[in-house]
Design a protein around this ligand. Structure first.
Ligand code: GDP
Ligand code: IMO
Ligand code: MG
Length: 434
């Protein structure tokens, strides 16, 4: 049994939650390694819908140890809400969840700073989820952040908290931002949060290395997607963490040599929430049809997702960055009714074909997507459980994606539920899960 990273190959919302929940059955540990409650991972177990934000999707499997790694930023209020939501549904979260003592804490001050930054005329508005994610990571990198271990150490926490309040208030004052925080009440509230999470706080890096040494399989659950990665995504229209595969090792504190496989999750088309370049975006009625058929509205903010066509150059790029062993193609069923399906097979920048992903926003915006049109299949694929049962045009579509990206399609998802999934017999993915 392998240690596996499952992560987004596009701009997020690829269906990672569904796949991680499905695979969790075979793992002892499931770990989130970056991001925070900007993520929204939807899982259906029968008719019951769960939207997981901070807690790994593996929590829905009794006996699985869920881990929030050091690379995650935690808003304790959001975490406790999520725990309460799951508790109500009969999941014994406190028994199953370990929280890293090295993860950084999000405070309401981070949201104030973010709101200000997003509103400033001289700055690029990213279209963030407004959860304070970026400013919390800023504090981490600039070495003035407050970690979970600091939160649990009351004397130290009070000192660090006072400095953070002063810092953020200075910024708010400088930009004329209203400051309506009762910081004494806030400090007391966070001290209360500390006591509630204390029993779950651990050195999770130690926990995971121990697990790996005992040959217990670990599944790493990416949040966001590679094109939102702080280094490899469409900067500055990215999130503030390392969503790509490399982030799993730093964000969980495990050695790269212990990772056995990396799997990319991609929709059969593509979506994006928030601002930023999007070479295959479809602004026509076709884009609207996909949004309606795929129910493409954000799981966290409810914003309509921008929709477009499968982008081979983008997938080749995210494959190169992550070294995908296998691809999971989700939401193929959403294309069921289309007459023809465009797939972008190449990029032209300034009239010239290119194999590279441009680094600047202006070059990204100037990409001309070169398309090939594939025939649709005009029938429902929901509930099909073998590749042979798929209509020939759907198989051709999958073969085309596999051939053009150069990575095997190891799994196809044809609906939100666990059972609506085909794991390709003989695939590398099947072996990694065996
Ligand atoms: P994540 O952030 O990558 O976990 O993805 P989200 O949960 O934000 O968005 C994916 C959405 O698509 C969710 O509502 C899922 O229930 C749904 N979904 C996942 N796989 C499939 C699929 O194969 N077909 C359909 N129709 N819906 C799917
Ligand atoms: P999951 O894990 C899709 C986007 C936001 C915005 C940018 C920065 O569900 O796939 P942030 O609040 O992170 O600073 O916002 O990143 N974004 C996501 N888009 N899925 C997500 O998570 C996202 N998390 C952040 O819309 O464009
Ligand atoms: Mg999501």
């Amino acid at each position: 049994m392998s240690n596996l990273i499952v992560l987004g190959a596009q701009w997020g919302d690829e269906g990672k939650g569904k796949m991680v929940d499905l695979f969790s059955e075979k793992f002892d540990y499931v770990v989130r390694y970056q991001g925070g409650h900007n993520a929204g991972h939807t899982v259906y177990v029968g008719a019951q819908k769960y939207v997981l934000k901070l807690i790994p999707s593996g929590i829905l499997r009794p006996g699985v140890q869920a881990v929030i790694g050091n690379g995650v930023v935690i808003d304790p209020a959001a975490l406790l809400d999520e725990i309460a939501m799951l508790d109500k549904l009969g999941i014994a979260v406190e028994k199953q969840l370990a929280i890293s003592n090295r993860a950084h804490v999000i405070f309401p001050m981070h949201r104030i700073v973010e709101k200000m930054s997003e509103a400033r005329k001289d700055r690029t508005a990213i279209g963030t989820t407004s959860r304070g994610i970026g400013p919390a990571y800023e504090d981490k990198i600039s070495r003035r952040g407050i970690r979970i271990a600091d939160l649990l150490d009351t004397d130290n926490f009070r000192k660090l908290f006072a400095v953070m309040v002063e810092d953020k208030k200075t910024i708010a004052d400088a930009f004329g931002i209203p400051w309506d925080l009762d910081t004494d009440a806030l400090r007391t509230q966070y001290e209360g949060f500390a006591e509630r999470i204390r029993p779950m706080v651990r050195d999770t890096s130690f926990l995971l290395r121990d697990a790996m040494n005992a040959n217990k399989p670990v599944l790493f659950e990416g949040a966001q997607g590679t094109m939102l990665d702080i280094d490899h995504g469409t900067y500055p229209f990215v999130t503030s963490s390392s969503a790509a595969a490399g982030g799993a090792c730093t964000g969980a504190g495990v050695p790269p040599t212990r990772i056995d496989g990396v799997v990319g999750v991609s929709k059969a088309y593509i979506t994006r929430v928030g601002g930023g370049p999007f070479p295959t975006e479809d602004h026509t009625e076709m884009g609207e049809r996909i949004r309606a058929a795929g129910k493409e509205f954000g799981a966290v903010t409810g914003r309509p997702r921008r929709c477009g066509w499968f982008d081979v150059p983008l997938l080749k790029y995210t494959t190169a960055v992550n070294g995908f062993d296998s691809l999971i193609i989700t939401k193929l069923d959403v294309l069921d009714e289309l007459e023809t399906i465009p797939v972008c097979v190449a990029y032209k920048v300034n009239g010239k074909l290119t194999d590279e992903m441009p680094a600047t926003n202006s070059e990204m915006e100037s990409i001309e997507a070169v398309y090939e049109n594939l025939p649709g299949w005009h029938c429902s694929t929901r509930g099909l459980t073998t590749l042979d049962a798929l209509p020939a045009a759907a198989r051709t579509y999958l073969d085309f994606l596999q051939e053009k990206t150069g990575v095997e399609v190891g799994c196809v998802s044809l609906g939100p539920e666990r059972s609506e999934t085909i794991i390709v017999p003989g695939s590398k993915l099947e072996k990694l899960l065996a």
